[in-house]
Design a protein around this ligand. Structure first.
Ligand code: FE
Length: 185
């Protein structure tokens, strides 16, 4: 009888662990869903942001007039700013991060974390506002580059060493973003 109880116990254990894992995952997903879908709650009323993803096309000459040299190199030529140079790396106030080229919101402060990499990092992004493509920076290695869907501006690279609940690290150039603190108007 005791042996049967023991066997029933070890038989049941994997299901119990499975249930616990599903419960944790469920809670994580609900929270992530909330963070991803309710980002507008962090957008300051009257903020200078563009909510349409309709493509914005400008000539390189026009971009050069609008952007600083480093912004142009990062956004239009896929360059990378030096690590630890952006004040946005340590920005922790509530608000929304928009594309420095076209003002489309890309991340909210609830998506941000300190990765220690020296670049502003996020574990997810505003749905539908970023596009990805493979970036073959050496013949045997590739990274996933991502860009703003409205102006096509290069933002950064996404890696799979981020924190829960996504495990993603959206590693962004600070100069490619403009931060709008909540309540700044
Ligand atoms: Fe943009």
């Amino acid at each position: 009888m005791k042996r049967r109880t023991f066997l029933a116990g070890i038989m049941a254990a994997p299901f119990a662990w499975g249930e616990a894992a599903r419960a944790r995952e469920g809670a994580g997903n609900a929270s992530l869903e909330d963070i991803r879908s309710n980002w507008k709650a962090l957008l300051a009323p009257g903020a200078d942001a563009e909510l349409s993803t309709a493509p914005l096309v400008r000539s390189n000459a026009d971009w050069k007039k609008i952007l600083s040299d480093i912004q142009y190199r990062v956004l239009r030529e896929e360059d990378t700013e030096r690590a630890y140079t952006s004040p946005l790396d340590k920005e922790t106030r509530p608000g929304v991060y928009v594309c420095a080229g076209c003002s489309l919101p890309l991340f909210s402060s609830r998506m941000k974390y300190d990765s220690g990499s020296g670049w502003p990092s996020f574990f997810t992004h505003i749905p539908g506002h970023l596009g990805t493509k493979k970036d073959h920076f050496l013949w045997f290695l590739s990274r996933t580059e991502y860009h703003c869907v409205r102006c096509g501006g290069h933002q950064g690279h996404v890696f799979d060493d981020g924190p829960p609940p996504t495990g993603e690290r959206w590693c962004n150039n600070g100069v490619a973003l403009r931060f709008i603190p909540y309540g700044a108007g």
